[in-house]
Ligand binder design. Sequence first.
Ligand code: FE2
Length: 376
Amino acid sequence: MDLVIADDRKSLSLELASGVARFHAVWLRDNSLHPDTKSAGNGQRLISLLDQSLDIAIEAAALKQGVLVIEFSDGPTKHSFPVQWLNENRYDKAVPVKKGWTGSDVKLWGAELNQAIPTQSFEAVESDPQILKQWLFDVRRYGFALITDLPDHPEAFLKVVEWFGYVRETNYGRYFEVRSEVNPVNLAYTSQGLQAHTDNPYRDPVPSMQILACIENSTDGGESIVIDGFKAAKQLQQENSEHFDLLSNYCARFKYAGEQGVTLQSKRPMIELNTDGELLAIRFNNRSAAPFVDIPFETMPAYYEAYRHFSEILERDENRVSFKLQARQLFIVDNTRVMHSRTAFSGSGTRWLRGCYPDKDGLLSTLASLEAAENS
Ligand code: FE2
């Protein structure tokens, strides 16, 4: 295995399983795994960057049985880096050049998912950690999954949240009811169909997941529809890259002030990218879009064309997965990615759902911990 220290001793290169990678001395010293630098107990860093010189150099480096041992210019301590760890944490790699990319954890989908909706029964997940892991994996992968056969209790859906995290309480309460009302404070509480949307884009931070559980659904219609917003954004980019750029470069505004004492507002793009171009989040909700005031006068007509184009993509059957949620079933969506809507339903019968907002960081944390436990 080739190990070469650069002439200025500010970096080294090393052949790894994934190919040759370079590492800077300043990066290696900052990420030292030595117990003087990182707590052996919780893995948290014990030093500040201010404790370290940016001119730090590599005095010596050697490979011993799959471990790279380095002495830096700041002292005689030997810092050990397992080669496998270096391979997992390499940063000397090709940078994605195209905006709107998604990571390997994410699989984009369209109507074909109608034939393979990720579904588990409550009992199966509750009794088998492997099935829980599979279900959480599917939620991370598709941003959407179902649970069937909930216990016959109207708050049973909260048990599902306990599998991976916590409910975020909002002005709508710990959970909220979605059913027909005579004088609704929100259009969700009527029998009208709803355009595909992400929930509560007027919050900052936005609710990152939503669960909707069915208590009763004896109406005609009222089918649930879910759409992969990341796939729709990629389609927008393929069909007109300027439209994609407009929705990602400019901020929209969202507002909700439908209750006494509540004035929620946010300023964020409809398609949010990370600084490296990774597709980060979709915010789309015609009901709570506020006047857009952050787009130049000359650009506003083009922005509306892009907004309209994106809206049209969401209406295409090829992008829609639909199902009629039955009593004691629930679905979960990644509210930063997957849009949901429903068809209109008749006034006879009852359509009664209960919803809540768990957070995605808890779900990803639980899944990563289950995966790490399996690999250790
Ligand atoms: Fe909604």
